[in-house]
Design a protein around this ligand. Sequence first.
Ligand SMILES: [Zn+2]
Length: 178
Amino acid sequence: MNFTMDLPGLKGVKVTKMEEREDFIALHVEMPRTPHRCPSCGERTERIHDDRIQKIQHLKLFERWVYLFYRKRRYACRCGKRFAEKACFVERYQRQTVEWNQAFRLRLIQGKNFTDTANQFQTSVTTAMRRFGQLAAPLVKKVDHLPPRIAIDDYKGDTKAGKYQVIIADADTRKPLD
Ligand SMILES: [Zn+2]
C-alpha cells in the first residue's frame, strides 16, 4: 500500500502502511523526498543522511485514535550540515500533530473542564492546564470596565500560585478576564 492521503492535517503526506492495532489505528507515514535548502550554506540537497521513526498522536478516525509512525528523515549537505526535513503536520519537539493541537486548544476553551478535555484527547490533566495557561496568558490583560455579565468558575489546579484557581470570564463572549 502506498498512497497520498488528503485527510485533514495530512495533506501531501505519503501513507506507506495502515494497521489496526488493538486500541488504535497505526498510520505509517513519510514525506515525499524533495530537494531541501541547507540552513547553513543555502545549497540544495536531496541526499538523505538517516531516518528514524517518531510516534505522533493524531486525531480520531472512525472513533478510533490514530497514531502516526513517521519516518523522519535527515538530509545531509555537501558542507557537512545535517538537518531534519520539513513536515507540515508536526512542529518541532511535538508529540502530537498540528491538527491535534488545534482541536485540543479549541476544546480547552469550549470544554467542560480540564479532566474531561484531557480524557477526550488522551492526554494528562497537567498538559491540559499548562496549554490552557499558555493560551490564556496573552488574552488576559488589565480590565477597566467589567462586561454586563461575567462568569466565574473555580477549579483544582496546580500552578505556581497554589492548588486552587478561579477564572473570571465575559459570559457573553467567553473571553477570559482574569
Ligand atoms: Zn550546506
